[in-house]
Write a protein that binds this ligand. Structure first.
Ligand SMILES: NC(=O)c1ccc[n+]([C@@H]2O[C@H](COP(=O)([O-])OP(=O)(O)OC[C@H]3O[C@@H](n4cnc5c(N)ncnc54)[C@H](OP(=O)(O)O)[C@@H]3O)[C@@H](O)[C@H]2O)c1
Length: 257
């Protein structure tokens, strides 16, 4: 990968929620492309397994646990990364929550606040802590894992969709604010991907059948199929791209009904 715009040698990346799923695939691919990677989630043990795998394959990874809902832990993640690796070039805001499944108007204040806190406010905390030191070097990339749930309505995960739509707006505003300093901010909007997070959706056979029938590629996605876009946005290959969203959904949002 050396001498290609996808080479991440010398870059330091933080990936929240990287003990499994999309975050794990992303951390592993960034490391393969040469980045030093901080693997993070609430559970240190699960992260250690991922970091050990990266290190055993000749990469450089370390673990800093962090619950993204807790400001002190987010601060410790960013300051701990800078202490360990000296800087952050790539911030992947991947972890998110969805504690509520049902009609939007029945949601409790507590569940709504939890969704907005973890999926939106936490991305502001992470960005506020990581972006200024990127700007000092005139270079950096922030990648927010949003969702096609933010692009269209849902009768069961409406609040989650609101939070993911807010991430698009957050990305556009941060792109405008920090572009002049060389920091890029982009979103990825995955469709249904086979991870624990979406288990309820793909384990339900009727739902899976309906979904794949309306998806041009006739299947749901795998975490590795999102990681490639994370690597692209992290690298110089995307150096003229900011404030945008890459939709990776097997075509489901483009399909004729
Ligand atoms: N899967 C899909 O169909 C799909 C579709 C569109 C968008 N997305 C988005 O993709 C992102 C990743 O989801 P995924 O599908 O890869 O989920 P996943 O496989 O369930 O992984 C979630 C990761 O986040 C961590 N995590 C959960 N709550 C956390 C918290 N409060 N603080 C820190 N880490 C936390 C988990 O580890 P711990 O349990 O150890 O904390 C785990 O590492 C999310 O932003 C999600 O909204 C997913």
């Amino acid at each position: 990968m050396k001498n290609t715009p996808f080479d991440l040698t010398g870059k330091v990346a933080v990936v929240t929620g990287s003990s499994r799923g999309i975050g794990r695939s992303s951390a592993e691919l960034l490391a393969k492309l040469g980045a030093k990677v901080v693997v993070s989630s609430r559970k240190a043990e699960a992260c250690k397994e991922v970091a050990d795998g990266i290190n055993a394959a000749g990469g450089d990874a370390t673990v800093i646990p962090c619950n993204i809902a807790r400001r002190a832990e987010v601060e410790a993640l960013i300051s701990g990364t800078i202490r360990h690796y000296g800087k952050i070039d790539v911030l992947v805001c991947n972890a998110a929550v969805n504690p509520y499944y049902g009609p939007l108007l029945d949601i409790t204040d507590e569940a709504f606040d939890k969704i907005m806190g973890s999926n939106v406010k936490s991305n502001i905390w992470l960005s506020a802590l990581a972006i200024p030191q990127m700007a000092e070097r005139g270079n950096g990339s922030v990648i927010i894992i949003s969702s096609i749930g933010g692009l269209r309505g849902s009768t069961v995960i409406g609040a989650y969709g609101i939070s993911k739509a807010a991430d698009f707006a957050l990305c556009r505003s941060l792109a405008g604010e920090w572009g002049p300093k060389g920091v890029r901010v982009n979103c990825i909007a995955p469709g249904l991907v086979k991870t624990d997070f979406a288990r309820a959706l793909w384990e339900d056979e009727a739902n899976l059948k309906r979904r794949t029938a309306t998806t041009p590629l006739r299947r749901i996605g795998e975490p590795d199929e999102i990681a490639g876009a994370v690597a692209y946005l992290a690298s110089d290959a995307s150096s003229f791209m900011t404030g945008q969203t890459i939709v990776i959904d097997g075509g489901v949002t483009t399909a004729a009904p």
